[in-house]
Design a protein around this ligand. Structure first.
Ligand code: GSH
Length: 347
């Protein structure tokens, strides 16, 4: 038994030729196990016993390895006895109900509003996950490997498979941890299908609604946060202009809430998570950037939504500490202003 497990680990930890060798060794070992099961229902014979528990991991981990490093180990043709045993063994309630949770890890920073969307979604779905905090000034090799293009957080790693971009991750979470327990591969396919749909929808159009810029452009273009961010980092003359753009974007959002408690209607959903940062970060930008955006007269619906949204327990319990955020964003503003001043001096 002790001989069977190591090559499996090696398959995950190695690459290229080493991985090929580990796979061969693992398959050789599996063939011995296959032989041992010939003509038997379970390892001990007709009923299951200690040996089945000892080999129980074989009913689960080859699937994880397939998903994590794309290596197929237990195919039905080569291992008919093992595959049949796996079905029988996995069917016992005591086994079925006690498999470890699927492995979910978020690479994030404590203050990222994009990462927070993912935290909320996982909490709302009741999914256990691990958190790896990144230092964005010194990005880990994992972050560079899993998000090689943008090198940004959040990244969700699900059974070793990386998913990037917070809105894509939200959709993936919704597809994966639904009532029916969607299969991971199918969930990923669905997310890609939906992205293709968005792409199709945009064909030949300037904006989502045609010629005029609208709400969906804000959602998919991630445009509100940058405009608010710009208003918060800008100074003097530039500030009024930046503020004007942020307010225009917020006007579009306000209109979406007419007659609704949440963006999605009576209950909250994807869009509420997407715009969730407005309920908390926007106030921090206002406070640390010396701007007022959300006044009662102009944005009564956003302010009402903010109350409704913030009162959802999973949201309320998972905001970063306000004082810490204020300190961070105050420093960040100073940094941006000094960089802009240095640029002006150089040019
Ligand atoms: N569109 C991305 C934005 C993510 C993002 O901007 N993350 C920031 C932290 S809040 C980051 O990782 N910045 C690092 C960098 O730009 O190098 C998403 O929605 O996931």
């Amino acid at each position: 038994m002790g001989e069977v497990i190591p090559p499996f680990y090696h398959c995950i930890l190695s690459q290229g030729k080493d991985q090929e060798e580990a796979k061969e060794k693992a398959i050789e070992n599996l063939k011995l196990v296959e032989e041992h099961l010939k003509g038997k229902q379970f390892f001990g014979g007709e009923t299951y016993g200690l040996q089945d528990f000892a080999f129980g991991w074989l009913a689960y981990y080859p699937g994880i390895i397939r998903k994590a490093v794309n290596l197929e180990m237990l195919d039905e043709e080569t291992f008919p006895n093992l595959c049949a045993w796996k079905e029988r063994f996995s069917d016992f309630p005591v086994i079925k109900e006690n498999w470890p949770d699927e492995d979910a890890v978020i690479l994030m920073t404590w203050s990222s509003p994009f990462a927070l969307r993912v935290v909320w979604a996982l909490k709302l779905k009741g999914v256990e996950y691990e958190t790896i905090y990144e230092d964005l000034a010194n990005k880990s090799s994992s972050l560079l490997e899993y998000n090689p293009v943008h090198k940004k957080v959040p990244v969700l790693l699900h059974n070793g498979i990386p998913i990037c971009e917070s809105l894509v991750i939200l959709e993936y979470i919704d597809e994966t941890w639904n009532e029916g327990g969607e299969d991971q591969e199918k969930a990923k396919e669905k997310v890609l299908e939906n992205l293709k749909f968005v792409e199709e929808h945009l064909k030949g159009k300037k904006f989502f609604d045609g010629e005029v810029f609208g709400f969906l452009d804000l959602v998919f273009g991630w445009l509100v946060a940058p405009s608010v961010f710009h208003a918060y980092t800008s100074q003097e003359m530039e500030k009024e202009e930046a503020k004007g753009l942020a307010l225009q974007n917020l006007d579009i959002i306000e209109k979406q809430l007419i007659g609704k408690k949440f963006f999605s209607g009576a209950t909250f959903g994807f869009l509420d998570l997407a715009f969730g940062w407005i309920a908390n970060y926007l106030g921090i930008f206002e406070e640390t950037g010396g701007i007022k955006l959300l006044d009662k007269e102009r944005f009564p619906l956003i302010l009402e939504w903010k109350e409704n949204f913030s009162n959802i327990p999973e949201i309320k319990e998972n905001w970063p500490d306000r004082e810490k955020l204020v300190t961070k964003f105050r420093l960040m503003r100073e940094y941006y202003i000094s960089v802009a001043a240095a640029k002006r001096t150089i040019s």
